[in-house]
Design a protein around this ligand. Structure first.
Ligand code: AG3
Length: 276
């Protein structure tokens, strides 16, 4: 007899869900911090799910990770020290370390199990952990930032889960005030900032909070098929004038981002004009 079909569903809002046909479950357990699930899906390859939310898939991770990392890396005159908060699957770290200018990248991830499971099941994403320039700490990101010296980093990248539970503090005014303090002159912070379509009100509040701290706050978007609504956003904040042209060419081997895109990513659709 044919075995029954298996599907995983993420409930994105009270009235919207996205389902993936599952070939098999590779891992499912509870860590100290969250429910961790790794699936082999029919359409998107292997997929990491935390607390029921899709974090990344082998097939579309390049869009999210390249868009999260490369715009600010290319708009900074000299990105030598880069801090990543979260990002346990290693995708953001992989993108950061493509730049030879980077001397050190510290990644601070709360949950050691996410890194372990990503190394085991998502080797194409977790491919940079052995780079000698990478330093991985299993620690509370907000605490780490609070304990950091002034002017420690050129770029801070926040690769968090949704703003609920343990990640809520990563969207707070206190956290971003500390980030401002630990950035060097010309420093840039960039974060994933949820779906502009589904989380518009959140985004408005988040941006007005950031504007109370930083001189420049810019939104840009990308289609990430497996995230809620398929339409995702990123936010850059800085106190220095953002250059209009990239300081460097994009590294070789990117599948999504290129330097020509820098000219238009900050041009937004009309319903997001207030974020320009
Ligand atoms: N970080 C953002 C994922 C948010 C997706 N939300 C959801 N599925 N409800 C992803 C981490 C990838 N390195």
């Amino acid at each position: 007899m044919k075995s029954p079909e298996l599907w995983f569903t993420e409930y994105q809002t009270r009235g919207l869900a996205l389902s993936f046909r599952v070939k098999r479950t590779l891992e499912h357990f509870k860590s100290k911090f969250q429910d961790i699930l790794v699936l082999e899906t029919e359409e998107f390859g292997r997929m990491l799910v935390l607390d029921g939310c899709v974090m990344t898939t082998e097939r579309d991770e390049f869009i999210y990770h390249e868009m999260l990392v490369h715009p600010s890396m290319m708009l900074h005159p000299s990105p030598r020290h880069v801090l990543i908060i979260g990002g346990g699957d290693g995708g953001a770290l992989r993108e950061v370390l493509r730049y030879k200018e980077v001397e050190k990248s510290i990644m601070v991830e709360l949950d050691e199990e996410v890194v372990r499971i990503s190394k085991q099941y998502l080797p194409s994403i977790a491919s940079a952990f052995d780079d000698p320039r990478a330093d991985v700490l299993f620690y509370d990101g907000a605490k780490f930032v609070r304990e950091c010296n002034d002017g420690s980093f050129d770029i801070v990248i926040v690769d968090s889960t949704d703003p609920v539970g343990s990640a809520e503090v990563l969207f707070s005014k206190e956290f971003y005030s500390e980030i401002k303090r630990i950035l060097r002159p010309n420093g840039i912070v960039v974060t994933q900032s949820e779906s502009p379509f589904l989380h518009f009100e959140f985004l408005k509040k988040f941006h007005s909070m950031l504007k109370s701290i930083f001189l420049k706050v810019k939104l840009y978007t990308a289609s990430v098929p497996t995230y809620p609504s398929g339409f995702w956003s990123f936010t850059i904040a800085t106190d220095s004038p953002l250059s209009k042209t990239p300081f460097r060419k994009e590294p070789d081997g990117l599948k999504f981002f290129n330097s020509k895109m820098l000219n238009h990513i900050f041009i937004l659709p009309n319903f997001l004009k207030d974020f320009e």
